[in-house]
Design a protein around this ligand. Structure first.
Ligand code: VG1
Ligand code: CO
Length: 541
């Protein structure tokens, strides 16, 4: 197949963040913007001759157009097989699994995850390597460097991309395009991990499940797994058709973006388990009668109950959490006598440990949980894990959670997001805190210690610096400050608050009340108003 060499000029803003390159759709629509980034990946990724790639996304606006370009450029760059989910759809965990399952050399995930979609929303691209995990920091930095000097890209303009709405295999010269069912391999993986008969019996016994796909990619997966395979009624899965603009929703499953789910959980006589996922299907929110199971608690409970689930019965070699995630999981790891690794924010930092067989479960406070079955976090997997635990334990979610807290104490936890229009002000704030971390600097009153978190990967020895400021207070509570790496406008300061309690009355209190004073301490310690003029956070989750 003939390919063309098209001249281009570099853009200077193609540095991937916490999880891929995310930009407003309008930015991606600039001439050659998408092509430049894709070519930078092809130049750096060092794919073998005759490579196989997986491609698919969350179905958001610009997904279809970007796929056309990607296919034509893959063919021009020597890729001989592109495997695409029907309709261009693949959830992030399903794409990760497909890369591994089909022994592909990598994959492109077209998603901006939980960021809003539509013509005025965001688009994004993640490149995942042959292990199914996201490109490492070193690789994304090299791609970024390449994007700043790129002069041309390769594309097969005359390749007529087949319609993506029917399964099939199409050959174009040396390149084969294969359109696959996005759901079936993933569903089979889930069946290999969980006891579907037991979950089916639970659902048949009157247990009420409510899953909200938020008009995003998990709809077809949830329908097939919960309704077809597990016998849940049709109505159990809602907003199940992926829409390019998510129906105007912000597909971010948390109590602020989905308040109606929280209300349904708090109402008497509501469902036994309410769950939701995000745009690309890698996040999960779990609610039970009475309210939210905080993701930090969810990770800890799943670890403590792992022996109930077939895929994990042989034990967990270790667990991991991102640094800002609460230490609830550390307490469980301690009791199990296994290591708990602490990594920087972003799933890519778990991947080497997973690949090396050192982790059973891992998770982040940002509604992300997963295990060694994939190299991405996995929303539906977490829901199935909860269902399987509940089916075996024959106890309700609040009963399991209360018993967990009685045994381990409760880590009250809250994240405050401060939306700051001026990114320079946000950087100055973090610099101010960083200065206070210098060895020898006297810690402020009430502060036990402060550090600017740096990480050395135990598998490949790579270093990552400036991954958040962690403050330990004299009373054992903890504050973390870091800037978001997924936003596309201004800056978002994330402030994470954590306090461990063991007294029954303190366990029963609402986290917001317990952590109110710590929130004030965090604001004054970080001099947030001084730097930003803001006196209250934009969002608390
Ligand atoms: C956020 C979360 C982080 C998560 C990342 C990608 O990053 O804090 O835990 O891994 O999103 O999730 P940041 O840099 O904005 O804090 V997803 O579902 O958007 O791929
Ligand atoms: Co996501």
């Amino acid at each position: 197949m003939q390919h063309q060499q098209v001249e281009t000029r570099p853009y200077d803003d193609q540095r991937p963040g916490t999880a891929g390159l995310r930009r407003p759709v309008a930015t991606f629509r600039q001439p050659h913007y998408l092509e430049n980034f894709l070519q930078s990946v092809f130049d750096i990724a060092d794919l073998p001759d005759g490579a196989t790639l997986i491609a698919g996304g969350d179905g958001r606006h610009f997904n279809a157009e970007a796929l056309q370009t990607l296919i034509r450029m893959a063919a021009a760059n020597g890729v001989t097989r592109v495997i695409i989910g029907r309709d261009g759809l693949l959830s992030t965990p399903a794409a990760s699994h497909l890369i591994r399952h089909r022994r592909a050399d990598g994959g492109f995930l077209l998603t901006a995850s939980h960021n809003p979609g539509g013509p005025d929303g965001d688009f994004g691209i993640k490149f995942n390597v042959a292990s199914g995990g996201q490109a490492s920091e070193a690789l994304t930095e090299a791609i970024y460097a390449r994007s700043r000097s790129i002069g041309a890209y390769r594309i097969c303009t005359d390749l007529a991309v087949p319609p993506l709405d029917a399964l099939g295999v199409h050959a174009f010269g040396d390149c084969v395009i294969e359109i696959v069912d996005p759901v079936s391999d993933y569903a089979a993986l889930m069946q290999s991990l969980f006891d579907f008969d037991r979950i089916r019996a639970l659902l048949a016994s009157g247990f009420r499940l409510h899953f909200d796909a938020m008009n995003a990619v998990t709809g077809p997966y949830a329908r097939h797994i919960f309704c077809d395979l597990l016998g849940a009624p049709e109505g159990a899965v809602q907003r199940a058709t992926p829409l390019p603009d998510f129906g105007g929703l912000h597909p971010d499953p948390n109590p602020v973006e989905a308040p109606e789910l929280l209300r349904a959980a708090e109402a008497t006589g509501g469902p036994d388990l309410i769950a939701a996922s995000d745009g690309d299907g890698d996040r999960n929110m779990i609610l039970g009668p009475g309210g939210l199971v905080h993701p930090c608690d969810s990770l800890a409970v799943l670890a403590a109950q792992h022996h109930r689930v077939p895929g994990y019965r042989e034990g967990l070699p270790g667990v991991a959490r991102s640094m800002p995630t609460s230490r609830a999981i550390d307490a469980v790891a301690d009791a199990l006598g296994i290591p708990c690794h602490v990594t920087p924010t972003g799933w890519r930092f778990f991947c080497n440990l997973l690949e090396d067989g050192q982790l059973g479960l891992c998770g982040e406070e940002s509604f992300g949980t997963s295990s060694h079955h994939a190299r991405e976090k996995d929303g539906l997997w977490a829901v199935l894990f909860w269902l399987d635990v509940l089916a075996d334990a024959r106890r309700s979610i609040p009963e399991l959670l209360d018993a967990h807290w009685q045994r381990f104490g409760r880590h009250h936890y809250l994240r405050e997001d401060w939306q700051i229009a001026d990114a320079d002000a946000a950087n100055a704030l973090v610099e101010g805190l960083r200065a206070a971390c210098t060895p020898g600097a006297a810690p402020p009153r009430g502060v036990h210690s402060m550090r600017d978190f740096a990480y050395e990967d135990p598998v490949d020895g790579s270093h990552s610096e400036h991954q958040g400021i962690e403050v330990l207070l004299d009373d054992g509570s903890r504050i973390i400050y870091r800037l978001s790496g997924t936003g596309t406008r201004g800056a978002t300061l994330r402030v994470y608050l954590e306090q461990h309690v063991t007294a029954p009355e303190a366990i029963a209190q609402a986290s917001r009340n317990v952590l109110a004073a710590l929130g004030h301490t965090a604001a004054s310690l970080g001099r947030i108003e001084h730097y930003t003029g803001l006196s209250a956070p934009t969002l608390r989750v």
